[in-house]
Design a protein around this ligand. Sequence first.
Ligand code: CP
Length: 311
Amino acid sequence: MAFTQRHLLGIAPLSVEEIELLLDTADGYVEVNRRSDKKLALLRGLTQINLFFESSTRTRTSFELAGKRLGADVVNMSVATSSIKKGETLIDTAMTLNAMHPDVLVVRHPDSGAVALLARHVRCAVINGGDGSHEHPTQALLDALTIRRRKGRIAGLVVAICGDVLHSRVARSNILLLTRLGARVRLVGPPTLVPGGFRALGVEIFHDLRSGLRGADIVMMLRLQRERMQGSFVPSLREYFALYGLTRRVLEEAAPEALIMHPGPMNRGVEIDGVVADDIHRSAILDQVEMGVAVRMACLDLLTRPLRGEA
Ligand code: CP
């Protein structure tokens, strides 16, 4: 099957077949990344620019590694020292970079919709590295790959996404992807952070952590996105941890082999107890990071196939 998307702006435009093609392709790259010689020549001659208007450790580094391992020339544009600081607009920046003939732009931006807007002004493929509270498609893909490899399937699993769902692009992309692949998704958190409107996406809502975790196969914790909050959504961090923090005790409600996930960065002692996060049998948090490189290699590979004369 051919991947016919020109950009990867979100999970929303993808069919089940396209998601599965991305996951199957990424599966192959996991083994490449575990070899001592990780370098391929697939993207030789192609240029990838990473343009991050928000801070990032995992996404930016793994996109850089992914591009380099596939043989692309990778440029990390530093927004802090760019002409954006002199008032250049997003569109002017996009058109300026476009004039340098990149083949792929990876963009993270604090505003929802900004990456799609930028994509309309360039000729190359654009990958959304996270836009506001809208979508973070490669995070959802790497989460799905982690679940599929650890549990052997996604369909039929009960996935509890817990915490600050309201401000989370990770939650939104995961809801779209996991429901599309047949998982039963629950959202768990206080009413201020998990409003009832999310039911329209085909999920169940719980405001009590123990009830939300009962029998769950996957427990995905989210950070409080305080940088996106205007006003107070929780009484205090201490009270939030007491009511919604994942501890060993509350985890007993979940299925016996339940997997613990977190997209990172984690705030230990706020949404998750460090002992749970570091549990080598239950925690898949570092697996998620590993799958991130493979998934980003798959995205770069599939989006550049037309440039390389492949279907
Ligand atoms: N999960 C995630 O997007 O992490 P970074 O902000 O470190 O890229």
